[in-house]
Design a protein around this ligand. Structure first.
Ligand SMILES: Nc1nc2c(ncn2[C@@H]2O[C@H](COP(=O)(O)OP(=O)(O)OP(=O)(O)O)[C@@H](O)[C@H]2O)c(=O)[nH]1
Ligand SMILES: [Mg+2]
Length: 452
């Protein structure tokens, strides 16, 4: 059975309720308890029997003598021993079940045979997955690797934030001065004024009720962060899961300013699509830059996906898209990814060209599921947001892909996007490789940004 990465089960956006209405002491999620209990089992295991890396095949042999609910690779992990010691009560509000369970959702990613939980970050990844109700049996190396990567990408911001926060709250429970210092930290992390104001106000309301020690302050901050990130998903007509429909044509138009990571994102999406068993096709509609066709062709080769292109001079990008839709219809393509030229939002003629591409798609494929994603380079901070309005107007945006979270980005821009643009973040990129892009999960992002 093929694992559909687009429909990967993760914690769903909470219903619109303010963190200030929610208790910190909510009962632990069942799966989190399971993870916790597996930690206890790990802790009681003799040291000598622990390997950090074993194959799934070996693992299944072991389960008969171990507790049945926890795979032996998880029980044996030395990294997991530390979970119990480091765990704070930061479990989110009851994560809900996945939106719609399909056959593919329950499958396990299976590109690698070996499951390794050999360090704190892998252990952290397992805990984050278990907290979302994931059965440890279903967790695979690929998901652990991705979460580690996300956490590493946000590592600098997280460490800065924690060290400074510790210094602030080391003096005692949070007070007004401490809140002001947290405000400065948030602004430095690119969270933006609007989201920072909201966070600070919500924190202050909470503090009027009770003084917060560090652990509770962090747990509460995570709730606020999740609430902000999830708000755009609660608009009418916005789905939580962002997956192409099987056996239908889905067209995703990828837009953004120069160098934001559009072409790279298309390559990664095509790869994710192929892995998730969709028939994919790429339209090379960046006809502006001489080397653009070659570049997307190279990504197509890497992702094992055909590219429709017209390498001639002064080719009309809308004509390429037209041809690509014709091809997609004739060969049963399910996911057509349209690469476009980078353009500044204030370049009128280029924006008009993009508007024309969108119109051709709408007209030529009225029955397709059409989505339009703005690729934003996270390392640009607030500057990356200025483009959005103009792109929304001409391309009718339905979401954002946030790239380069592994670089010098501070990560907080995700909050600014959600608060200021009210567009759902659909994917995050954290690296230049084929595997370095995954669907966005607000819970995982908040954990990666704010877990010590
Ligand atoms: N570190 C890192 N680099 C990335 C990521 N995504 C893209 N890049 C790099 O950013 C640069 C620009 O990426 P492209 O995909 O060519 O960007 P583009 O938006 O298609 O650029 P134009 O077509 O010129 O507008 C390349 O060097 C990519 O390798 C990412 O998530 N992390
Ligand atoms: Mg490009």
């Amino acid at each position: 059975m093929v694992f559909n990465w687009f429909r990967r089960q993760f914690s769903q956006p909470q219903q619109a309720s303010s963190p200030s209405q929610q208790s910190q002491e909510e009962p632990q999620e069942e799966a989190a308890e399971q993870a916790e209990s597996s930690t206890e089992e790990v802790a009681t295991e003799p040291e000598a029997s622990r390997d950090s890396t074993i194959t799934e095949e070996n693992a299944s042999d072991e389960t008969s003598t171990e507790a049945t609910s926890t795979p032996s690779w998880l029980q044996r992990s030395s990294g997991l021993e530390k979970l119990k010691a480091t765990a704070i009560d930061d479990t989110p509000q009851q994560p809900q079940a996945a939106e719609t369970e399909t056959e593919t959702e329950t499958a396990t990613p299976s590109s690698e045979e070996t499951v390794t939980v050999d360090d704190d970050e892998a252990a952290w990844s397992v805990r984050v997955l278990a907290n979302q109700g994931r059965n440890p049996e279903e967790i695979a190396q690929e998901e652990i690797s991705w979460l580690k990567q996300l956490r590493q990408g946000l590592g600098k911001t997280r460490r800065n934030f924690f060290n400074q926060l510790k210094a602030v709250v080391g003096k005692g429970p949070l007070n007004e001065d401490a809140v002001m210092e947290i405000e400065a930290l948030l602004l430095q992390a690119d969270v933006g004024i609007e989201a920072t104001d909201y966070i600070i106000q919500t924190l202050q309301e909470k503090m009027r009720e009770e003084a917060l020690p560090l652990d509770s302050a962090i747990a509460y901050l995570k709730q606020i962060v999740c609430e902000i990130l999830e708000r755009p998903f609660q608009q009418e007509g916005t789905t939580v899961t962002f997956a192409p429909e099987k056996d239908q044509l889905n067209i995703w138009l990828i837009t953004g300013v120069n160098g934001s990571g559009k072409t790279t994102t298309i390559g990664k999406l095509a790869h994710l699509g192929q892995k998730s068993d969709y028939r994919c096709l790429i339209a090379a509609a960046d006809t502006f830059r001489a080397a653009a066709v070659e570049q997307i062709q190279a990504w197509g080769d890497r992702a094992n996906t055909e590219v429709v292109a017209n390498p001639g001079k002064n080719t009309d990008p809308a004509a390429v898209v037209y041809d690509a839709i014709t091809k997609a219809e004739s060969n049963g393509t399910e996911l057509l990814l349209v690469d476009t030229a980078g353009r500044l939002q204030n370049k009128k003629n280029l924006m008009e060209e993009l508007g024309k591409i969108r119109k051709v798609i709408d007209k030529r494929a009225p029955n397709a599921n059409i989505e339009s994603l703005l690729v934003i380079d996270a390392s640009l901070g607030q500057n990356g947001l200025k483009q959005a309005e103009a792109f929304t107007e001409v391309a009718n945006l339905s979401g954002v892909v946030l790239t380069k979270l592994d670089g010098s980005s501070k990560g907080g821009v995700a909050l600014a996007i959600s608060q200021q643009l009210n567009l759902p973040i659909r994917f995050v990129g954290a690296g230049e490789g084929l595997e370095d892009l995954r669907p966005f999960s607000s819970y995982e992002f908040a954990e990666a940004l704010l877990s010590e």
